[in-house]
Design a protein around this ligand. Structure first.
Ligand code: AN0
Ligand code: CP
Length: 317
């Protein structure tokens, strides 16, 4: 594995999950693998879990870590090749990525979409330029279209908790008043294509994901019907893909309530966090024994560690 941008970079999802669970059982088993190697953590956007879990994962492999929030602390970056830089932007991504490569063996990047130009976002313009101009292995810490470290941790969590061989898993849209990326939903749906499960997506009309991400998922517009008999409810808000970046509904009828969770087989509730309590999900759900949100956050350490281990072994072994 050179880069980790989505499930397409993984030859066998199940084996990677095994590896991540093995690291969870023995976090220091490869503590010298990354010795004298440097991981660069580059954030264009805020983070709690991704920043700290990836840092902890790298430490457990013996790596050094450099991190910067370029969105807050860095120079403003020009992305366009051939641009005449006589206005706002201070530095071109060509130099910035080239400089990062001087200091880092692996570069991990968080770059959310702008949600203005769908082609610009879905071509992963920022991530691809960093790959091209750094020449280093690149890990996505949530890009415009995917959040693969989150999805790997989510698949681990499902593996740990599921009591049935082929669980019924439901990805449910929930309301939000701010336009959010499709990345977490896209990514979860994509990874579900590699898991033996019965997978349903429920959302209001107009929130259909990119067809490649949705794959063969069942689309159900009646949320309560979708919840019936489910083993896992995975909740996320996203803005529209077809009416790109727009909020088409804030219908509070889509909020996740204890009454809806009672329709499921298990009460298992998942969310990547951060989550707005009582707007999107009731306290009673987040505080219930079925809430898996902290287990998901815990597993972020080992999803990152498994990916860093794979890249270190294949690129620097
Ligand atoms: C981000 C998103 O929806 O993609 C990050 C989630 C991990 N969430 C917010 O901006 C609230
Ligand atoms: N789930 C997740 O990626 O959280 P952060 O945005 O805090 O990193």
């Amino acid at each position: 594995m050179k880069h980790f941008l989505s499930a397409l970079d993984v030859d066998n999802v199940s084996t990677l999950v095994d590896e991540a669970l093995a690291l969870k059982a023995a976090p220091w088993s490869h503590e010298n693998l990354g010795r004298r190697r440097t991981l660069g953590l580059v954030f264009f956007n805020p983070s709690l879990r991704t920043r700290l879990s990836t840092q902890k994962a790298a430490q457990q492999l013996g790596m050094n870590i450099l991190s910067i929030n370029v969105g807050l602390e860095g120079w403003t970056l020009e992305m366009e090749d051939g641009a005449m830089m006589n206005a706002g932007k201070t530095e071109h991504i060509k130099e910035a990525a080239g400089v990062l490569a001087q200091y880092c063996d692996i570069i991990a990047v968080r770059c959310f979409p702008e949600l203005k130009d769908r082609d610009y976002d879905y071509q992963e313009t920022v991530l691809q330029k960093i790959i091209k101009y750094s020449g280093r292995p690149v890990i996505s810490l949530e890009s415009a279209t995917f959040h693969p470290l989150q999805s790997l941790a989510d698949v681990m969590t499902i593996r740990e908790v599921s009591r049935v061989k082929k669980p019924k898993i439901v990805l449910s849209w929930a309301p939000h008043f701010k336009a959010l990326p499709q990345a977490v939903a896209n990514s979860f749906a994509q990874w579900m294509q590699y898991v033996d499960c019965d997978f349903t997506i429920t959302h209001p009309e107009g929130y259909e994901l990119h067809p490649e991400m949705a794959g063969n998922a069942k689309i159900v517009y009646d949320q309560r019907k979708a919840f019936e008999g489910a083993d896992f409810i995975y909740v996320k808000n996203w803005s529209s893909y077809s009416h790109y970046g727009q909020i088409l509904s804030e219908d509070p009828g889509w909020k996740i309530t204890a009454e809806k969770m009672a329709l499921t087989a298990t009460g298992n509730f998942m969310h990547c966090l951060p989550v707005r309590r009582n707007f999107k999900v009731e306290d009673a759900v987040l505080d219930s024994p079925g809430s898996l949100v902290l287990q998901q956050a815990h597993n972020r350490v080992y999803s990152a560690q498994a990916v860093l281990k794979r890249i270190l072994e294949s690129q620097y072994g």
